[in-house]
Design a protein around this ligand. Structure first.
Ligand SMILES: [Zn+2]
Length: 374
């Protein structure tokens, strides 16, 4: 075998060992790895030594022994690398930092009105540096910074084609990130949220992620792969008509789900914040209760339509989800009432990262790239 082939084989083995440990959610033993990958114990041992020397693996205790030495529990040293995810919305900049296991290390929300100006982009970069300093994030460990925004992103041309919320059109991505001195990546917010949700659930799963915030959108995962559609428009649930000739939507049509379930209906329209709305709702404000009843009525129609078409689990995400826990049963009961085939609505779940899904998802771009590169 040539030197090249030997080196390539060693690299592949090292990568396989690392990927195997990464895919196992709990620590594994040397024997597990050797058996599962059909590699000899000395080969596995050598790879583990190299990966441990790079700081990528660590011993995480021992397993019980059936005789002899207790086997070492080997796991990923998750803190060795991290990535930041930023979400831009009309009035806020949200940031998270995650480790290799997609654990949320720290997060913050900054009130900052979006403006298409150098001042805004500079400010975003300054806030990022503050965030890193405050949380003692070592820049040498930072793989990159993902930025998600409510708009259509054309990755081939590196432009944000359109965002109705932050009012930009044909906007070069580089302009957005020009003051950030780390590798950057831009993604649509709803797609990013979906990616966070199905991270670690990639095996032949069908799932819909429904993002409800000022904009309503989502993403579809079929057989473990994201379904994009012919024009990359799949998952535009916000512009599904739920009331023919209904309320005018920002897209120009009438009766869209977004026209009824944008979070603006329970905040901006009333001149209050979402927090104030839900505080008032809990305190029994009759006007808010009436509005919330109408809101849930329309949200249930939208969710039920998605379920009717795709018959799979639906994960509710976006900024709404942080307030939804006390109302989930009510929403599920409404779903049962309008579904002729099923009386269970346990298919509807709340996002596990709550309102941080989008930030986590866009940061995962760098985690995924790193894992694949080992
Ligand atoms: Zn619309």
């Amino acid at each position: 075998m040539s030197t090249y082939n030997t080196a390539e084989l060693r690299r592949q083995n090292r990568s396989r060992v690392f990927q195997y440990i990464f895919a196992s959610q709990t620590p594994v033993t040397k024997q597990d790895i050797a058996h599962s990958l059909s590699l000899s114990l000395p080969t596995v041992g050598q790879n583990l030594k190299e990966l441990q020397e790079c700081g990528l693996l660590e011993t995480q205790g021992t397993f019980n022994s059936t005789g002899g030495r207790k086997p070492r529990a080997i796991g990923i040293a998750a803190g060795i690398r991290c990535a930041v995810g930023i979400m831009i919305s009309v009035y806020h900049i949200h940031m998270v930092c995650i480790d290799l296991r997609a654990n949320l290390l720290c997060q913050t929300s900054i009130i900052c009105d979006f403006t298409d100006s150098d001042e805004y982009f500079h400010n975003m970069a300054t806030e990022l540096e503050h965030f890193l300093d405050e949380n003692h994030i070592d820049r040498a460990h930072l793989l990159g910074v993902g930025v998600a925004l409510p708009g259509i992103v054309d990755e081939d041309r590196n432009v944000v084609v359109l965002s109705r919320f932050v009012e930009i059109r044909e906007f070069p991505v580089d302009r957005l990130t020009q003051y950030i001195p780390y590798p950057c990546f831009i993604e649509n917010d709803a797609n990013a949220g979906g990616i966070a949700e199905w991270w670690n659930h990639k095996d032949h799963e069908n799932m819909v992620y429904l993002s409800v915030q000022r904009g309503v959108g989502g993403a579809v995962l079929l057989d473990g792969v994201r379904y994009m559609g012919h024009h990359h428009h799949s998952g535009e649930f916000g512009h599904m008509c739920i009331v023919p000739n209904g309320e005018k939507c920002l897209c120009g049509m009438h009766g869209c789900l977004e026209a009824y379930c944008s979070t603006a209906r329970i905040s901006t329209d009333l001149g209050i914040t979402r927090e104030e709305f839900f505080a008032g709702l809990e305190a029994g404000n009759p006007e808010y209760q009436k509005r919330w009843d109408k809101y849930l009525y329309h949200l249930a129609i939208g969710i039920n339509n998605i379920r009717m078409v795709l018959d799979c689990n639906i994960v509710l995400g976006g900024v709404l989800v942080q307030f939804m826990e006390p109302y989930l049963r009510d929403l599920q009961a409404r779903l049962c009432a309008i579904n002729p085939f099923q009386c269970s609505s346990s298919y509807l779940k709340l996002s596990r990262y709550r309102s941080w899904s989008t930030c986590v998802g866009v940061a995962l771009h760098f985690i995924s790239e790193f894992i694949d590169s080992v």
